[in-house]
Design a protein around this ligand. Sequence first.
Ligand code: HEC
Ligand SMILES: [Cu+2]
Length: 350
Amino acid sequence: MKGWMGKLRAFCLLGLTALVLSACGKENLTALDPKGYGADQSFNLIILSTVVMLFVLAVVMIVYTIVLIRYRKKKGREDYIPKQVEGNKTLETIWTIIPIILLLIIAVPTITATFDLADESAASDSLNVEVTGNQYWWHFNYEGQEVQTSQDLYIPVGEKVYLNMMSSDVIHSFWVPTIAGKMDVNPENENVMYIEAQDEGVYWGKCAEFCGPSHSLMDFKVVAVSQEEFDQWVDDMQNVDAEEEPADAVAQEGQSLFEENNCMSCHAIGSSPAQIGPNLTNFGDRSQLAGVEDLTKENLVDWIMDPEAIKPGNKMTGQYPDVSEDEASKIAEYLMQLQPSDVTPESADN
Ligand code: HEC
Ligand SMILES: [Cu+2]
């Protein structure tokens, strides 16, 4: 009776887990609804190997059931012992060859896709972006374009974009499940991956390699826009004047406070390559703050006053003088106004 209860409990737990996890998929953060070349390839391989494995499961279960029924102990034949056979060449051959064939069915497309996705031959004619993984945020440097940005990677739709990826600290992994595969980002050697989005939109990315206390908060976005919008965005980013004074007085005060409070030692505005912290050139155009919070003034004030409460272990905490709520609010006013472009995640989302 006790064993039976245990089994029932395990079964319920399994069902519950399946139910809870089934809600984990999020549109534009799922590998099961691919909208890009790399994700398509991965999805086809997932389906192929699942079909093969289900076939194996079905065959094994059928044979198992037949044997259970046919050779169970029957009334009146308790002492019956079936004919004892030892070795069967035909059977041995069949069950060696079938798995080899099944493995080949999985291996050939997998290896082909692996080489295809590692193909760098088109890199020199394509857009190249240098990607840097940092403890808990991503930096993007558009090679040859003098455009630097963080958190949101803008790409033209339908184009291969080559990502030349390194880490500034520990190993991270760059993963945008809906449009591409996953690639480790190492401190010592550059890894290259290309991504290509089929539809315009905002795709969510995650760091997929445990990298510290805020690893699960190391989110980013890929914003896929039309070629014209992309060119527009590059142009807008190139034309930002980092020294420009904001129009209203509060934001002007915010700008001074930003300079006085050491913020500038880590955060660049404009195309300066400095990158101890995220580049803030188009900060006001982002939909999210630090990758994870809605970008509202309230959240931004909270972040400036105590980033530790939002992202534990982040590299900004304790590196600047304490600011009052009033000062933080003025800085927030200034930062929210850094909106150089009409091309934003919001404009790409519909
Ligand atoms: C020691 C370097 C350093 C200093 C000084 C610093 N920051 Fe940061 N800041 C960072 C880092 C690193 C992050 C990324 C944190 C993360 O997401 O893990 C960050 C993130 C941010 C973000 C979120 C950016 C985004 O793209 O969403 C804002 C806004 C910000 N800092 C504002 C400020 C302000 C305002 C000051 C001055 C009061 C300041 N920072 C001082 C390093 C610094
Ligand atoms: Cu990471």
